[in-house]
Ligand binder design. Structure first.
Ligand SMILES: [Zn+2]
Length: 131
């Protein structure tokens, strides 16, 4: 199954309209399901290189650079020129699941820069989970 960028935007708009801010957490959780699924198909060897290939194949993003505590993304499927803030909450969930699987511990991911608000790429910080 394939969902177009337009359909994804409309679905996210619907969730926001129905449940407001809570839709962020829901999108994050949806991303975690996708990320877990991708991670389960990868081996430890070349983990992030393979993850990058899978994310590109799936059309989730155009390119990604995985760093120790940060990921830089170009062309996220969630970028919306008409939005006026960060929009990539599904990708936050996908990335946290990938890093958690690789590092074997609970983490948290927060997007700090986003193409949707005019930054030249989306930046995701990977942090130790704060409870
Ligand atoms: Zn973004």
């Amino acid at each position: 199954m394939y969902i177009s960028n337009h359909e994804l935007k409309e679905i996210k708009k619907l969730f926001y309209k129905r449940i407001g801010q809570a839709s962020h957490g829901l999108m994050y959780s949806i991303g975690q399901i996708i990320g877990e699924d991708i991670a389960s198909q990868l081996e430890e060897y070349n983990f992030f290189q393979k993850a990058r290939e899978r994310l590109k194949e799936k059309g989730i993003l155009e390119d990604i650079v995985f760093k120790e505590e940060e990921a830089e993304v170009r062309g996220s499927m969630e970028v919306d020129d008409k939005a006026n803030g960060k929009t990539c909450s599904i990708l936050e969930g996908i990335l946290v699941a990938l890093y958690e699987n690789y590092k074997g511990k609970k983490l948290y991911c927060e997007e700090t820069e986003c193409e949707s608000k005019g930054d030249n790429r989306c930046i995701f910080q990977i942090k130790e989970e704060i409870i």
